[in-house]
Design a protein around this ligand. Structure first.
Ligand SMILES: O=c1[nH]cnc2c1ncn2[C@@H]1O[C@H](CO)[C@@H](O)[C@H]1O
Ligand SMILES: [Zn+2]
Length: 347
């Protein structure tokens, strides 16, 4: 790709609405945390830990992709580690020109050494706030329920999310093994979220079919969908997503890696845009996927023929889809507009 285009992509303002905290830990940070916490690294894990933390092109499924997260979680059980990692996610987002990010994580994965779900949320918010001050990127939290967890445990997660809603938390999500655990299992937890008026996004149509996207919208109350690539399988679900203006949080590099789509030739993002779907582009997991917002935009330019104007439109869409509310959301939209205007775009 030519240098000038790369530069222009870097300059574009960006928004990452779908980025996992535990999938975006800097490898060198794990080395330092292991030392600080007096925990051994697995046998053979020396020097650059990237190969231990990043998936490669041989990945065949979401389940295989998710196995990578086991490496980092033992080091993410303390207040200090959550704060540091959250701050560093903001730092990495700043390096890709992000104006705003929504960072998601599952609090119950961080309660193995005594933190409560609420404390895990509190410290993650604190780290993001510090990052926001240091790097000038606004950052909020999406609280995740894991698909393999019981109804009781996920009700607890929703309660904890409610406690911090409007104080750093902007929404709740459902993540994990989609093929093994369909949305219906979690109806009760998300009914509670709806009762509390917590905005909901659900991972769906990634390792499961279009029906999961329909169920997530109609039964679980999702107002955004994580991935959603497989709605191509059912025109009636495409129609549902389009008419309800449900934004899709697409994560191209991750979707190729998990084999949600066979390859770039089949990546449906352009057809979704042509069909009038509110498409956003995100990283999913900066470390596990070895990606950044800059790289996602480059891939779309290279493999899907996106023009700079089309990439800019993706950021406009993300501002529209953000879970910020009221004045804060208007401010974000205005910030995107003025950044684009300065660069000479008319959108
Ligand atoms: O693309 C994805 N699809 C489904 N689950 C995911 C994806 N990326 C990460 N996680 C899961 O979310 C947990 C909390 O952040 C991670 O530990 C991982 O298991
Ligand atoms: Zn995800």
């Amino acid at each position: 790709m030519n240098e000038q285009l790369l530069e222009q992509i870097k300059e574009l303002p960006k928004i990452d609405l779908h980025v996992h905290l535990d999938g975006s830990v800097k490898p060198d940070t794990i080395i330092e945390l292991a030392k600080e916490q007096g925990k051994p690294l697995p046998e053979g894990a020396e020097g650059d830990l990237t190969p231990w933390m990043q998936i490669d092109e041989t990945c065949t499924s979401l389940v295989e992709y998710l196995s990578k997260f086991r490496f980092v979680l033992p080091f993410m059980q303390t207040a200090e580690s959550l704060e540091r990692i959250a701050e560093e996610v903001v730092e990495q987002a700043a390096a890709s020109g992000c104006l705003y990010i929504e960072v998601r994580f599952a609090p119950l994965l961080h309660t193995l050494e005594g933190l409560s779900a609420g404390e895990a949320i509190l410290h993650t918010i604190a780290g993001l706030q510090k990052g926001e001050q240091m790097f000038g990127v606004k950052a909020r939290v999406i609280v995740i329920c894991m698909r393999h967890d019981s109804v009781e445990r996920n009700l607890e997660v929703i309660e904890a999310a409610r406690e911090y809603y409007g104080k750093g938390v902007v929404a709740v999500d459902l993540a994990g093994d989609e093929a093994g655990f369909p949305p219906a299992l979690h109806q009760e937890a998300f009914e509670l979220a709806s009762r509390y008026e917590l905005p909901i996004t659900i991972h769906a149509g990634e390792a499961g079919g279009a029906a999961n996207v329909r169920e997530s919208i109609t039964r679980l109350g999702a107002s955004r969908i994580g991935h959603g690539v497989r709605i191509t399988e059912d025109p009636s679900v495409i129609e549902l997503v389009r008419t309800t203006r449900t934004p899709l949080e697409m994560c191209p590099v991750s979707n190729i890696q998990t084999k949600a789509v066979p390859g770039w030739e089949d990546y449906p993002i352009r057809s979704f845009l042509d069909e009038g779907i509110l498409v956003t582009v995100n990283t999913d997991n900066m470390t596990v996927s070895g990606t950044t917002m800059n790289l996602e935009f480059e891939m779309l330019a290279e493999h899907c023929g996106f023009t700079l104007e089309e990439l800019a439109q993706l950021t406009v869409n993300s501002a529209e889809a953000a879970f910020l509310q009221g004045e804060e959301k208007e401010e974000l939209k205005a910030a995107v507009h003025s950044a684009l205007q300065k660069l000479g775009y008319t959108l």
